[in-house]
Design a protein around this ligand. Structure first.
Ligand code: GAR
Length: 195
């Protein structure tokens, strides 16, 4: 069965979507480890509740970025993943990590390709809508070939319209719903193609 390692930094609702899909067999895969760079990430609790190895890998300030990434890569590689899923992983990974897993690292981002890379993408899209600059935002899943922020070959994307009476909370909830579905569907498609 294909093996997934999921990297998180926070709530882990997308991790939960993957865990649920594996449990219900709608995704024919197994999450073999969840790694967080943040000790307070609720996703670590979600992993433990699902009986999955939950590993905390913090970087202390003195540590060189590439040295941390090389250690992280060795840790992740020890679980022999078929894919590494960045599900709310809020650190840029250098080639010291990425070169260990060519074409095997996926990232989820709550915006359309090229739009609002980095943090607070949903809030920034909401503000751009208020200024009349955009009418829709979206979600994408892409491969991570290099250090580009939230960029790389797009595997799936879906637009999410912004409504005139939207609140940021309502928009966030709609985007997360789309994310949970799109991430699982994209993984299923990749794993099916690999068979
Ligand atoms: C998700 O919206 C994901 O797209 C975003 O972090 C959130 C994590 O939510 N990722 C990025 O912004 C990457 N630049 P979750 O912890 O509930 O899955």
């Amino acid at each position: 069965m294909p093996r997934l390692v999921v990297l998180i930094s926070g709530n882990g609702s997308n991790l939960q979507a993957i865990l649920d899909a594996c449990a219900s067999k709608s995704l024919d895969a197994r999450v073999v480890a969840v790694v967080s760079n943040n000790p307070d990430a609720f996703g670590l609790t979600r992993a433990r509740r699902a009986g999955v190895h939950a590993v905390l890998k913090t970087r202390d300030r003195a540590q060189d970025r590439r040295a941390y990434d090389a250690e992280l890569a060795a840790l992740v590689a020890s679980y022999e993943p078929d894919y590494v899923v960045l599900a709310g992983w809020m650190r840029i990974l250098s080639s010291a990590f990425l070169d260990r897993f060519p074409n095997r690292v996926l990232n989820l981002h709550p915006a359309l390709p090229g739009a609002f890379p980095g943090v607070h993408a949903i809030e920034r899209a909401f503000d751009a809508y208020q200024r009349g600059e955009i009418t829709q935002t979206g979600v994408m899943v892409h491969l991570v070939p290099d250090e580009g922020v939230d960029s790389g070959p797009v595997l799936a994307q879906e637009s999410v319209p912004i409504e005139p009476n939207d609140t940021i909370e309502a928009l966030q909830a709609r985007i997360h719903q789309v994310e949970h579905r799109l991430l699982v569907d994209t993984l299923r498609g990749l794993l099916t193609a690999d068979r």
